[in-house]
Design a protein around this ligand. Structure first.
Ligand code: CO8
Length: 267
């Protein structure tokens, strides 16, 4: 695996934990970190020994592990951007963000503090979000004279509905973890000390299912989301056919009929 300056990668028992680590800037995303993310995600996607990826934020410079998930894109880098540079920066992020969304592994954001701007946006590019009770989510860009540019105007509206998304983006008001749960922005809220264990327990449960089937289900959900229902259901039927032609399908169904545990191995 590549060596990273702003990321830390640990792999154990089919679960990768990728930690964004820029303690001096509350893990803000600069170009270097976006490029490293792209390299890391490309490498992880190619690994057969990783079934689930957990993305989290490292401690701040005082060692506080629950200060910040990601406090946004790096404002110091963006301050002098021309329009062309800003667009290039947005495109630079969209490559790893789409990887998180579409890679064959399931991606879980373990949100351990501030998820602001690009931080909220990168959590929304993941399949699932689990928040520690102190976490907060917001899109403060309009207060800086810009707009969310890493997919926030699109993914937030898709997750919480247009009205709530517009309120958050127009007012810059953050929501706390409980409110994020109430509006469907996060899947679970847990005590700080339970955050990683909860994310790993969910990851472990996902790993215990047919990994290839999970990845095909992920593709079906993602691909169908923006289609009309008729084409989406047809696409699902095609992917059902793909899943049906696997070892795991024969093994999974035979094991059920023989009343034994299935040995699912496809990925
Ligand atoms: N970028 C750069 N540095 C940051 C960022 C950031 N987003 N956030 C925090 N830092 C730095 C601070 O400058 C500070 O550095 P230093 O110690 O050298 O002064 C250090 O991190 C610690 O931060 P604070 O002292 O401010 O810590 P506080 O506990 O007082 O406050 C906050 C924490 C509330 C999180 C505060 O730091 C804050 O408001 N940060 C900025 C949050 C924000 O506005 N995020 C959105 C940024 S814009 C964005 O994400 C756009 C994404 C799309 C771009 C698309 C381009 C095409």
């Amino acid at each position: 695996m590549g060596e990273f300056k702003n990321l830390k990668l640990d792999v154990e028992d089919e679960i990768a934990v990728l930690t964004i680590s820029r303690p001096a800037a509350l893990n803000a995303l600069n170009s270097e970190t976006l490029d490293e993310l792209n390299v890391a995600l490309t490498e992880i996607e190619a690994r057969d020994d990783v079934k689930v990826l957990i993305l989290t934020g490292g401690p701040d410079k005082k060692g506080n592990e629950f200060k910040s998930f990601v406090a946004g894109a790096d404002i110091a880098e963006m301050v002098n951007f021309s329009a062309a540079e800003a667009r290039a920066f947005g495109m630079r992020a969209s490559v790893p963000f789409f990887k998180l969304m579409n890679m064959r592994q399931v991606t879980i954001a373990a949100v351990n503090g501030f998820a602001l701007g690009g931080g909220c946006e990168i959590s929304m590019a993941c399949d699932i979000r689990i928040a520690s009770e102190n976490a907060s989510f917001g899109q403060p860009e309009t207060g800086l004279g810009i707009i969310p540019g890493f997919g926030g105007t699109q993914r937030l509206a898709r997750l919480v509905g247009m009205g709530r998304a517009k309120e958050m983006i127009f007012t810059c008001d953050s929501v706390d973890a409980q409110e994020a749960y109430r509006i469907g922005l996060v899947n679970k809220v847990v005590a700080k000390e339970e955050l990683m264990d909860t994310a790993k327990a969910m990851a472990k449960k996902i790993c215990s299912k047919g990994s290839y089937a999970v990845s095909v289900a992920k593709a079906a959900i993602n691909n169908g989301y923006d289609m009309d229902i008729k084409n989406a259901v047809e696409m699902e039927a095609n992917l059902f056919g793909v899943a049906c032609s696997t070892h795991d399908k024969t093994e999974g169904m035979t094991a059920f009929l023989e009343r034994r545990a299935a040995d699912l191995t496809d990925f």
